[in-house]
Ligand binder design. Structure first.
Ligand code: AMP
Length: 114
């Protein structure tokens, strides 16, 4: 069996994380190297490596993750905008091979991203 990712270990409570939101299908926690005053990682609880590894049956889960992020933003009182990023594949900068969305807020963001 493949070695479990650091995010799987957070799901399994094998390593600690500052969890800010959890429901039956997803988990959100603070990024350990924040790139903004608020920097969360939002993940499905099921081990899916990236967007490329979603299949058609995962469509409700993909939508659930978006709605979870909207809910988290509202719960945290983020009213001045936030950025959602997912890196898909090594060339895009993906380091942890468990699908995740970065949720960033609390400062202005430039465009295009680096
Ligand atoms: P990516 O480069 O898109 O795969 O992003 C991985 C993110 O996970 C990076 O922003 C890391 O800072 C973050 N990260 C890695 N390990 C941990 C951890 N143990 N707890 C929280 N965030 C982590």
């Amino acid at each position: 069996m493949a070695e479990s990712t650091i995010f799987q270990k957070i799901i399994d409570r094998e390593i600690p994380a500052k969890i800010v939101y959890e429901d039956d299908r997803c988990l959100a926690f603070e990024d350990i190297h924040p790139q903004a005053p608020i920097h969360l990682i939002v993940i499905p609880k099921r081990a899916i490596a990236s967007i490329d590894d979603l299949d058609e049956a995962d469509e409700p889960l993909a939508g659930h993750l978006l709605f979870a992020m909207r809910k988290i933003a509202a719960e945290l009182g983020i009213v001045d905008g936030y950025r959602v990023v997912t890196n898909c594949g090594r060339s895009a900068g993906q380091e942890v091979m468990h699908l995740h969305f970065h949720m960033l807020a609390g400062r202005r963001f430039g465009w295009p991203p680096g």
